[in-house]
Ligand binder design. Structure first.
Ligand code: NDP
Ligand code: 2IT
Length: 450
């Protein structure tokens, strides 16, 4: 990191010493920006401003459980950067949620959204509410209480939340209903909505599909493809499920899936029928991935709630798609993948690979796609949902998928050309960080760095 970037990084550490995930995300971006500031010194003040959220909202979320007892959770919305469009980004419901995690996610979102080429600023929010083991009625009451405060801070032209970990179509529906009641208007204030009330086809599939489209582009630069490839996938939620589906479409063989209790390894491959079982298990029955191993008689390994060192990345795979959560793969696990002959890693999750893991991939010449580039298909398709809401029409599945694919191809091209332009050919981390930054920096500067 050069001196001026180091000064900004030190100020971030000093200001919020207890935000390790935010530090990690900032450090990675500032590491890439040195050469940009050398060429464009007028952007140095932009960097000082870009690491500070425009606004942080924190609020109380009280709700009654099925026993009639009061529970109190914490709600947040980080409005990180609105220079290129309304704040846009998901809501996460998970017990680990705190300001550090949401600020890292909101910071990543700024660059990711810029890369999509669509007019969206960056934001993120959520709660430390744990949806696991809650009844349908409890989830509904929680969502309604959460929106009872959030509604006054968001709007179709102001801030447009969506889903993330623990927030899918069901939760978006409950929150949209509450927003509509309080604001007394029907607008595209949330994305990931149901098809019957303003949602977009392909939005559920978009993050997983987009990750695989990006990986396909990356592989093709080395004349490789998914055809016949063994693919290790972590997670078994929204992103993992549709990454697996697209891997199958392209002739690959997904061999792993996981949840926070453990992972399954199915060397015969997770075919379409088995994937349908997973989707029903996770989306309707809300069961555990262990049940897959019971159903299909394959290996299941229990893991610690701490996602690192869980053994999943020790399997033999040509391609790895981490699609669960941040820091789920460390340097040692990355080395296991390398030793087993893995050639490409694309992040479906946000920041799943630690800096040591990324360093290992670069050192050994693997293709590595950072989440802010490879998982941008989700938010890009949210952008397409916003466009359809504004136009008051809805595009066909083929139309949305075509646009998603085109956006992923463009992000790949932009990140790889930018890396080359800055003398770091093949480094998609630097390429994505620089390309994402330039558009936001130009806009912030033009608007007077307010
Ligand atoms: P889901 O809630 O649908 O699924 C999350 C999956 O990851 C579940 O299998 C969950 O297991 C597992 N998981 C979550 N936390 C942990 C943990 N601490 N340790 C081990 N496993 C864990 O979320 P998504 O699929 O939507 O999100 C997955 C990742 O993708 C996140 O990093 C998210 O930020 C990112 N992402 C999501 C987008 C979207 O459109 N949904 C867009 C771009 C990125 P369990 O059920 O046991 O908790
Ligand atoms: O991390 C992400 O990009 C998301 N969770 C999706 C955000 C969105 O607004 O669709």
């Amino acid at each position: 990191m050069n001196d001026s970037m180091n000064e900004v990084y030190t100020s971030v550490l000093t200001r919020d010493p207890d935000q390790p995930e935010f530090h990690q995300a900032v450090e990675e971006v500032l590491d890439s920006l040195g050469p940009v500031i050398e060429r464009r010194p007028e952007y140095a003040p932009v960097v000082k401003a870009i690491v500070e959220p425009e606004r942080v909202i924190q609020f109380r979320v009280p709700w009654y459980d099925d026993n009639g007892d009061l529970n109190v959770n914490r709600g947040f919305r980080i409005q990180m950067n609105g220079a290129i469009g309304p704040y846009k980004g998901g809501l996460r419901f998970h017990p680990s949620v705190n300001q550090s995690i949401l600020k890292f996610l909101a910071f990543e979102q700024v660059f990711k959204n810029s890369l999509t080429g669509l007019p969206m600023g960056g934001g993120k929010g959520g709660s430390d509410f744990d949806p696991k083991g809650k009844s349908e009625a409890e989830v509904r009451r929680f969502c309604q209480s959460f929106m009872m405060e959030l509604w006054r801070h968001i709007g179709a032209d102001l801030d447009v939340p969506a889903g993330d970990i623990g927030v899918g179509g069901r939760e978006i529906g409950y929150m949209f209903g509450m927003y509509r009641k309080l604001a007394n208007e029907f607008t595209g204030v949330l994305t990931g909505k149901g098809m019957a009330y303003g949602g977009s086809l392909i939005r559920p599939e978009a993050t997983g599909y987009g990750t695989v489209y990006f990986a396909r582009e990356m592989l093709s630069t080395k004349d490789k493809s998914f055809d016949g490839a063994k693919v290790a996938i972590s997670g078994s939620g929204n992103v993992a499920q549709f990454a697996a589906e697209k891997v199958l479409d392209l002739g690959g063989k997904p061999v792993t899936l996981s949840d926070s209790s453990g992972f399954i390894y199915d060397p015969d491959g997770i075919d379409r029928q088995k994937l349908a079982f997973v989707m029903d298990l996770k989306n309707n029955k809300r069961g555990r991935i262990k049940e897959y191993a019971i159903e299909y008689g394959c290996d299941y390994t229990e893991t610690q709630p701490e996602p690192n060192l869980n053994g999943l990345w020790g399997v033999e795979a040509d391609i790895a798609l981490p699609c669960a959560t941040q820091n789920e793969m460390n340097g040692e696990e990355a080395k296991m993948l390398v030793d087993n002959g893995c050639i490409a890693v694309a992040e479906g999750a946000n920041m799943p690979c630690t800096p040591e893991a990324i360093e290992c991939f670069h050192h050994h010449g693997l293709l590595f796609a950072p989440g802010k580039a490879s998982n941008a298909g989700g938010v890009a398709t949210s952008g397409l949902e916003m466009s359809q809401n504004s136009l008051r029409l809805s595009w066909s599945r083929e139309e949305v998928d075509r646009r998603l694919e085109e956006i992923m191809v463009n992000i790949h091209r932009n990140a790889s050309e930018t890396a080359r332009e800055y003398g770091m050919e093949g480094n998609y981390v630097a390429g994505a960080n620089i390309a994402g930054f330039l558009k936001v920096a130009e806009s912030m500067e033009a608007q007077g760095l307010l």
